[in-house]
Design a protein around this ligand. Structure first.
Ligand SMILES: C[S@@+](CC[C@H](N)C(=O)[O-])C[C@H]1O[C@@H](n2cnc3c(N)ncnc32)[C@H](O)[C@@H]1O
Length: 497
């Protein structure tokens, strides 16, 4: 009982919730898998197709054949190409990461361009006065209900509500991060260098305020040398972050803060200084690509989402090779200890092939291409950074596949989970778990140029381990001794470097 409650909490803890306008209807989603051989470049419109996954026994209808013919001439678009579209375009093909990026981040209809609310209790919880973690859950449940009520009133807006450890355990979670930063800074840089912090995706600005408050109150000498920079994709949230300072009396404002309203993927400034780079609950929405392997040859194929004139989606496949980012990712991953679970069971794959109605490709594997791009950005533009990233290491109710995302929306108070990421752009949250152990190995190769295992300064900790080490476990304990900051978010991990 306790366990299932907790799991439900974890599940609810990071779900973006949204409400569809009353009069719009869900668009049916058609998903088929096609194993496509593209002969030359990625833009080639003459693709030589193999039978679809289950097609040897079902010949395509005339309509499907016509659709198939039309699809070959669809232009191939990226999320940059669609950024100016006012509504999701049809008759095109996109790599899966571009399709997901467009669904989430398109400035006009993307999920994030709708009003985002990051759940933030007005007053901090007084854990010491609570009976136990169930009381905390009940208080939280009530507050959350109130927010949902408010959201329901804003019926025409697909409103999103995030819960994050930063907000639920404020100021203690921020203080824990601050304690870690200050101890590392004092060990290595103080008093010769400034404490320079970059925070990617700062939400309401709560972590920034809590970190700076902690340093100001506990480490005045360090505070004098602190610079805090926020890199925030959302214009609305960047404004909110600035307002956090404005509502304070002038003497309590942190004047060392600079807010830069842009995506980390558009970052082009060289930062040669030694600095800390933070990102709490940002990477789970970084788009992934999808690959499958040919069952016979085990060669990887990359998926594209083809959208037809009716706005229906079909997954089509082409051999890996035409996309530079996927190529770089797979080449780098080959240098790690990681072996894809979808190809590691050779015997099983052989058996599978001999079955009637056998598929011609393995099951799906989602690969974190945009996260890999973040590592490249860190290497190029922040060569002397130290990283603090936290996010989900696993997620319940994901769609099928390795490292597959959770795809969901909320409709009139009810969660609507989906079994595919190919859903109408803008109405669904799509978020991924992170394989932190693989991330660590990739980080070492990209940012440190060293092989996995050689550098003990790059660590993966669970949320609990980090909070036990740096958090104030007394102030976050309830009267029964239970500590919600340690108990919840057990599916979160952190990489610190
Ligand atoms: C789930 S919220 C987390 C907010 C905050 N870090 C916290 O833990 O409460 C994700 C934040 O990342 C921002 N974000 C998402 N993608 C981004 C990107 N590519 N570049 C910069 N910020 C991004 C969002 O606008 C939002 O502020």
């Amino acid at each position: 009982m306790l366990k299932s409650n907790r799991n439900r909490f974890i599940q609810a803890s990071r779900q973006l919730l949204s409400i569809r306008p009353k009069h719009s209807s869900f668009r049916p989603v058609i998903t088929r898998l096609q194993h496509t051989k593209v002969s030359s470049s990625s833009n080639s419109s003459s693709s030589e197709e193999r039978p679809g996954l289950f097609s040897p026994f079902f010949s395509p209808t005339a309509e499907e054949q016509a659709e198939e013919k039309a699809r070959r001439h669809y232009p191939r678009l990226t999320a940059y190409d669609t950024a100016n579209c006012k509504s999701p375009p049809t008759c095109n093909k996109m790599l899966v990461r571009d399709f997901i990026d467009d669904s989430l981040y398109n400035p006009n209809y993307g999920y994030f361009s709708k009003q985002a609310v990051i759940f933030s209790p007005e007053t901090d919880f007084d854990f010491n006065r609570m009976r136990d973690h169930l009381e905390f859950m009940n208080v939280l449940g009530q507050l959350y209900k109130d927010i949902e009520g408010e959201a329901d009133e804003v019926d025409e807006v697909a409103r999103q509500v995030w819960h994050t450890p930063t907000e639920l355990f404020k100021p203690w979670y921020g203080y824990a991060i601050a304690k870690y930063l200050v101890s590392e800074y004092k060990l290595n840089l103080f008093p010769h260098k400034d404490l320079i912090i970059y925070e990617m995706g700062a939400g309401n600005g709560t972590l920034m305020m809590n970190i700076l408050d902690y340093i100001q109150q506990n480490e005045p000498a360090v505070y004098k040398r602190t610079q805090y920079n926020i890199i925030e994709i959302s214009g609305k949230l960047a404004e909110r972050q600035a307002e956090r300072q404005d509502v304070r009396e002038a003497k309590d404002q942190h004047t060392c803060v600079k807010i830069i309203n842009k995506s980390i993927f558009d970052w082009d400034i060289h930062v040669p200084d030694q600095c800390f780079f933070l990102g709490m609950e940002v990477i789970d929405n970084f788009a992934h690509d999808l690959i499958r392997y040919d069952l016979e040859t085990l060669k990887p194929y990359q998926a594209l989402v083809s959208t037809d004139a009716k706005g229906e989606y079909t997954e089509v496949y082409e051999p890996v090779g035409s996309d530079a980012l996927i190529n770089r990712y797979l080449a780098m991953r080959d240098q790690t200890r990681y072996r894809s679970p979808v190809v590691s069971k050779h015997l099983w794959l052989k058996c599978l092939q001999s079955l009637p109605l056998a598929p011609n490709m393995t099951s799906a594997e989602f690969i974190p291409t945009k996260l890999f791009m973040l590592l490249e950005t860190l290497k190029t533009h922040f060569p002397q950074h130290r990283l603090v990233l936290s996010d989900f290491s696993s997620l319940p109710d994901s769609v099928d596949g390795v490292d597959a995302p959770v795809v969901q929306t909320r409709y009139r108070g009810t969660m609507v989970p989906c079994s595919t990421y190919m859903v109408q752009p803008g109405w669904f949250d799509i978020f991924f778990p992170t394989n932190f152990e693989l991330l660590r190995d990739l980080y070492l190769l990209v940012c440190r140029g060293s092989r996995a295992g050689n550098d003990k300064t790059v660590k993966v900790l669970t949320h609990r381990e980090f909070c036990e080490r740096y958090g104030d476990v007394e102030r976050t304990a309830t009267r029964s001794g239970e500590n919600p900051m340690l108990m919840y978010y057990e599916n979160m991990k952190m990489i610190i470097t």
